[in-house]
Design a protein around this ligand. Structure first.
Ligand code: PBG
Length: 324
């Protein structure tokens, strides 16, 4: 054949493939989500997330230390709260001496160089299992935002570097930015869960925190999986309200959303490779149906290719270990 272009020339050896590789994943791109629980010397595996544990504060510090040695520097911490402390107003979430702010404080004392991101939403503390305040079966927006602002301040006092509102209430990014600035926390960043979809991929996470909604679902605040234009509206609002990062969640079924946001907005785009996405890979890999580590690397790379510059992933540590 007389072919002037033969694309296979650029694939002929590993060296030439390296030379022409368009996207790379590095440990610097990753944020590792970690689960915190009460007690001492406690580490319990989450059934639906093999290799992922709930740690008591002392062991969480050890885990973070071992991750820092692998050059993972950013962590998103989620608290598992005793059911007895949950109520309708999620008041334990505003307790400055509670499990979560105390742990954040200790992490920052021990490892000031670590980036600690916190999750702002009511669900870990809510007896209704919802991200907002529930009245007569409805999720109240503006009243919830007031609570979220107080929660963000508790996290900022504890030393959080990045506040991650994961609740999807309207106007919360601007309100939290305002509340932080008023108290002098102008250096605390906000990573907004900008396009967070009402997804079945969060199942294992809700097992981990025992935080599934007690009635109904989250569809009046989390986005409809059918929509992408709506994500552009959310991104515009978050940018305008003062977000520092825009996040898309889940990641794998929403790569078009990641791409759209990265094409249309200049803020860094983060993708949350969620619990169900992790669990599927682990389950198929345990059955010998796929090569887990290769699938993991392909997933992370594909998220970078789609336009995410930051990836939150439960795979972060094993990815970092595989690079050592
Ligand atoms: C709660 C929250 C959820 C996740 C992060 N923050 C669950 C939910 O909205 O029900 C999901 C993370 C994951 O599945 O890995 N606001």
């Amino acid at each position: 054949m007389n072919l002037p272009q033969r694309p296979r020339r650029n694939r002929k050896s590993q060296s030439i493939r390296n030379l022409t590789q368009e996207n790379h994943v590095t440990v610097d791109d990753l944020i590792l989500p970690l689960f915190l629980t009460e007690g001492k010397n406690k580490k319990t595996e989450i059934n639906s997330m093999p290799g992922i544990f709930r740690y008591s504060t002392d062991l969480l510090l050890k885990e973070i230390e071992s991750c820092l040695k692998l050059n993972i520097n950013s962590f998103c911490i989620f608290p598992s709260i005793n059911n007895k402390l949950k109520n309708k107003n999620a008041s334990e979430g505003l307790n400055l001496k509670g499990l979560y702010p105390s742990a954040i404080k200790l992490i920052k004392q021990h490892f000031p160089e670590a980036i600690v991101m916190t999750d702002v939403a009511m669900d870990p503390y809510s007896s209704d299992g919802h991200d907002g305040l529930v009245k007569n079966g409805k999720i109240l927006n503006d009243e919830t935002v007031e609570i979220l602002c107080e929660m963000a301040l508790v996290h900022a006092y504890a030393g959080a570097d990045i506040i991650g509102p994961s609740d999807m209430m309207d106007g919360r990014v601007g309100a939290i930015r305002n509340a932080l600035d008023k108290k002098g926390f102008t250096e605390v960043s906000i990573m907004s869960y900008t396009a967070k979809y009402a997804s079945a991929f969060y199942g294992p996470f809700r097992d981990a925190l025992d935080s599934a909604p007690k009635f109904g679902n989250k569809k009046t605040y989390q986005m409809n999986p059918a929509n992408v234009k709506e994500a552009l509206i959310e991104a515009e609002l978050d940018t305008f309200e003062g977000a520092d990062f825009l996040m898309v969640k889940p990641a794998l079924s929403y790569m078009d959303v990641i791409k759209q946001l990265s094409d249309n907005f200049s803020l860094p785009i983060a993708a949350y490779n969620v619990s169900g996405e992790y669990a599927m890979v682990k389950a198929a890999s345990a059955k010998g149906w796929i090569d887990g580590p290769s699938v993991r690397d392909e997933i992370l790379l594909s998220l970078k290719r789609a336009g995410a510059s930051i990836i939150l992933s439960y795979f972060a540590k094993e990815f970092a270990m595989s690079k050592k």
